[in-house]
Design a binder for this molecule. Structure first.
Ligand SMILES: [Zn+2]
Length: 421
């Protein structure tokens, strides 16, 4: 745990710069000018943007960097699942570790120090992904807080043995119960899976994080489960402990049909995590014109009080052959695709990947640039939060528990006429 004073921090647009004092990894004071009585290490933010570190609230490190082993030529979910299942049969511990570790390192270098990882738990990968990520969680504990979700990518009812593997994963140390209702063969099995996920979560008192409603066909009952999930959340008293990734089908509904569903999501306090790169890459593959780029409608949902984060989901594989674990780059795609162009809306995108994501994964109590919170801080070469995503700025510092873990000092050499006044 580190001690540090950060000088001249730009914490909020329109407010004066402040100093931040950190003792034993916690923020203890934020003020215009802080005395350095104990000769603490200091860094000068020089009026740059100082944010809590970014949160990757939904990512699959175990199946990253597979994009060229078996490319997804149709771009469909079906082919992605089929190709990845074949590759998973060939996984070794070292192969998974090498690829997952690259995701972790890139994430930290890009200003992310909190992550919820979703390793597959299925008949092909079994619990290998969970084992690898548990080892990496320990190895990287000083720079990254990781939660591990036991994610049944191939379903639970249609894949005998998966429920037992999920329970084994929890006993090994998985923190969250995953679900994938669209992976079952029938609606009846989909409902059975949802009940099993809630039962397992209740049994071990763990939060829930599912993949659901991934498509653009709002007439498909297996891809319109969100209301059912909200009802179960309320029935089981699980408000505030359920997050759902994708939910793209909501973007295909008429606004008057969608509005009461958004109200229900807000009432159940279920967090929604759009996964812009995957959502836009995989949806609309059967259309020939006016091709939809399916995503949950972020602005309309925000207006009705739904908590929305966003995340990378996949880094370079059959589901998403793109990505570099840079959440600011993903935010750029989100703000364009969701037509979030005003200063307030662009600023809201930044909230999605920080404070909203903290709520989605249950770390809000220790998170933020506030006295008493963990000193997990990223400083960007940018002085305007509403344009931070537009700037795609250099990360100057990443600070974890008050310790500097990444430092990129500017060393530009420019002709004086280019320096400005
Ligand atoms: Zn996912």
């Amino acid at each position: 745990m580190g001690n540090l004073i950060i000088r001249n921090a730009h914490i909020k647009d329109g407010e004066a710069q402040k100093d931040i004092k950190i003792i034993d990894g916690k923020i203890v004071e934020i003020a215009a000018r802080i005395q350095n009585d104990n000769n603490l290490e200091e860094i000068d933010a020089k009026g740059n943007a100082v944010l809590p570190t970014l949160i990757e609230s939904h990512i699959h490190p175990d199946k990253a960097f597979l994009e060229d082993r078996k490319p997804n030529l149709s771009g469909t979910l079906e082919e992605a699942l089929k190709n990845t299942a074949e590759l998973k049969k060939l996984y070794t511990y070292d192969d998974v570790k090498k690829r997952a570790e690259k995701v972790l390192r890139w994430s930290v270098l890009n200003g992310t120090t909190i992550m919820r990882a979703h390793p597959d738990v299925d008949p092909f990968e079994k619990t290998l992904g969970v084992e690898v990520l548990l080892d990496l969680k320990e190895k990287y504990k000083e720079v990254l807080d990781m939660q591990i979700v036991a994610f049944p990518q191939e379903g639970i009812i249609q894949s005998p043995g998966v429920l037992e593997m999920m329970e084994e994963s929890i006993k090994m140390g998985a923190d969250v119960v995953g679900g994938c209702p669209y992976s079952e063969r029938t609606m009846e099995d989909t409902i059975k899976q949802l009940n099993i996920v809630f039962d397992l979560a209740e049994k071990y008192n763990l939060p829930i994080d599912m993949h659901a409603d991934f498509g653009t066909n709002a007439d498909d009952p297996q891809n319109t489960c969100i209301e059912l999930i909200c009802d179960m959340t309320i029935e089981r008293g699980y408000q505030g402990r359920v997050a759902i990734g994708h939910v793209t089908t909501l973007g295909s509904l008429d606004p008057e049909v969608a509005a009461p569903i958004f109200d229900k999501i807000a009432k159940a306090d279920v967090s929604i995590v759009p996964l812009p790169v995957t959502d836009m890459f995989m949806t609309g593959r059967t259309e020939r014109k006016n091709i939809p780029r399916g995503m949950a409608p972020v602005l309309s949902m925000m207006e009705r009080g739904v908590n929305l984060a966003y995340s990378s989901n996949n880094i370079r594989n059959a589901f998403t052959p793109f990505g570099n674990a840079d959440l600011i780059a993903v935010g750029y795609l989100l703000q364009v695709s969701q037509q979030m162009g005003s200063a307030d809306q662009r600023r809201a995108v930044l909230d999605m990947v920080t404070y909203n994501a903290a709520k989605a994964i249950g770390v809000r109590d220790t998170y933020g640039i506030e006295v008493g919170k963990n000193a997990d801080i990223v400083i960007y070469d940018c002085d305007d939060l509403s344009n931070l995503i537009n700037d795609q700025p250099l990360v100057r510092y990443v600070i974890k528990n008050g310790k500097i873990i990444v430092q990129n000092e500017l060393s530009r050499k420019m002709a004086s006429v280019l320096m400005g006044d």
